[in-house]
Write a protein that binds this ligand. Structure first.
Ligand code: RB5
Length: 144
């Protein structure tokens, strides 16, 4: 699995800590920026992530902004992107089992680092259940 990560300034520090967390497990995350805490616009990082997923450069994305909300809204504007804000442990599991999220989202200013790492582990251990959930995802992809 190739995992890409991107954040705005509100998520920069958590992004760096995620990279270290995975480095210790022998996994290098593909870093799409930002590169420091200078103020930037989160839609630009959602766009970079959408491109990375659509091109196949990454199979899973991690996006972070201050709350996780703005960057979720932006990412979900792209066809083929299913971005889920992992605001609880249960949601982390369900986002994979039911929604087959290909981008997981965190709030750098609203969640603790240990919550985020734990929810990432839960998400990765879960499996998409398919069936009725597949049908629902197809309806989303057909658009409105
Ligand atoms: C940036 O100040 C902040 O608005 C952004 O990180 C995010 O929380 C938006 O939803």
């Amino acid at each position: 699995m190739k995992i890409a990560i991107a954040a705005d300034h509100g998520g920069f520090q958590l992004k760096e800590n995620f990279k270290k967390y995975y480095e210790k497990q022998g996994i290098d995350l593909i870093d799409l920026g930002t590169t420091d805490e200078t103020s930037v616009d989160y839609p630009d990082y959602a766009a970079k992530m959408a491109e990375a997923i659509k091109s196949g450069q990454a199979t899973l994305g991690i996006l972070i902004c201050g709350t996780g909300i703005g960057i979720s809204i932006a990412a979900n504007r792209y066809h083929g992107i299913r971005a889920a804000l992992l605001y609880s442990d249960d949601v982390a599991r369900l986002a994979h089992e039911h929604n087959n999220a290909n981008v997981v989202v965190f709030g750098g200013r609203t969640m603790t680092e240990s919550e985020c790492f734990r929810r990432m582990d839960i998400f990765l251990q879960a499996k998409f259940e398919g069936g009725r959930h597949e049908r629902r995802l197809e309806k989303i992809e057909q658009g409105c």
